[in-house]
Design a protein around this ligand. Structure first.
Ligand code: FAD
Length: 286
């Protein structure tokens, strides 16, 4: 819906220091990365005259750097850059798969991982993959820096735990060693492109030599105000064999961690059943 965008002051800092100083002077200013969320709000007249701090000149924040035990992804890395990165493709295929489902090519070329997180939509498609990869988020402000566990970044629908004037600089994703025995990414939407998720899932499973569960990580998006790990099911299955009974119990326990709603895109019932089906099929190895 169009509104009156009004006049907006746009600052274009050339360095991170200048960006952080601008935000210190004006903590209500809005950072702009790719603009794919922010420009929709601007077009709808929802920015209320707030100053915009355009981050696009901070080129170092777009880098993807591989280390010995982790990769550091700059907040300004686009969904397209993540799909093209050899190390991300090799080590974090669920994140690559998630980025490939965001909007369509135009949005993937502009939209950034930092913007996706900071926007904090319940339907953010990278979140289940990030929830199972457990990155640390490097946040910076004029007064210093801090690390935030991904599990601590969301405070609710469209709300993060970032403080005013604080930016996401990067995410550090630790390599998974050993590599998981099984993995899954699945977005369920109305179309293959330009669809907001009804449910979006990511899973990692490590089986030991006897075939029992060493570790399960499973996360769902679009089924609660923020992305959810299935903690109850994960704890229940640790050390168990995957058989019909244990899988049925895990699917029952899934309801403890999610709270889907009826909305314009889907119903509570559909989201719950699809979520259970995704978990069951993953655990059955189908
Ligand atoms: C047509 C269309 C289709 C879309 N499809 C999908 C989809 O399928 N799945 C999906 O998950 N999303 C989708 N989106 C939403 C959007 O594209 C993504 O959330 C994208 O990753 C946002 O990144 P951006 O760089 O464009 O963010 P921006 O619009 O620049 O910013 C988004 C928010 O984050 C803040 N911000 C940006 N960078 C930082 C930072 N480094 N630190 C702190 N705050 C920051 C901004 O102030 C703003 O509040 C779609 C959007 C459109 C318009």
């Amino acid at each position: 819906m169009r509104g009156d965008p009004g006049a907006t002051t746009v600052l274009r800092p050339a360095t991170p220091r200048q960006a952080l100083d601008a935000l210190r002077r004006e903590p209500r200013a809005l950072p702009l990365a790719g603009g794919t969320d922010l420009m929709v709000s601007w077009n709808a007249g929802l920015l209320g005259g707030r100053t915009v701090v355009d981050l696009s000149r901070l080129r170092s924040w777009a880098a993807i750097r591989s280390g010995r035990e982790s990769v550091v992804v700059g907040a300004l890395a686009t969904h397209a850059a993540l799909q093209e990165s050899a190390v991300v493709r090799r080590e974090f295929p669920l994140l690559v798969a998630a980025c490939a489902t965001i909007g369509a090519v135009q949005i993937q070329n502009r939209g950034t991982i930092g913007g996706n997180i900071a926007n904090a939509s319940p339907a953010g498609d990278t979140f289940p993959a990030l929830a199972v990869y457990e990155p640390l988020i490097q946040a910076v402000s004029a007064s210093g820096r801090r690390l935030i566990a991904f599990s601590e970044i969301f405070a609710g629908v469209k709300k993060t735990t970032l403080c005013p004037g604080e930016l996401i600089e990067s995410l550090e994703l630790p390599f998974l060693r050993p590599k998981p025995s099984r993995q899954l990414f699945r977005k369920v939407g109305t179309r293959a492109a330009q669809a907001i998720s009804k449910t979006v899932a990511a899973g990692l499973l490590w089986l030991d030599k006897k075939g029992t569960v060493a570790e399960l990580r499973f996360a769902l998006g679009s089924v609660a105000p923020t992305v959810r790990r299935l903690s109850a099911a994960e704890r229940f299955l640790a050390g168990k064999r995957l058989d019909a009974d244990s899988i049925a119990e895990a699917c029952r326990l899934l309801e403890k961690d999610i709270s889907p709603i009826d909305d314009i895109r889907s119903t509570r019932h559909y989201r719950l059943e699809v979520s259970k089906n995704l978990l069951r099929q993953f655990l059955e190895g189908r």
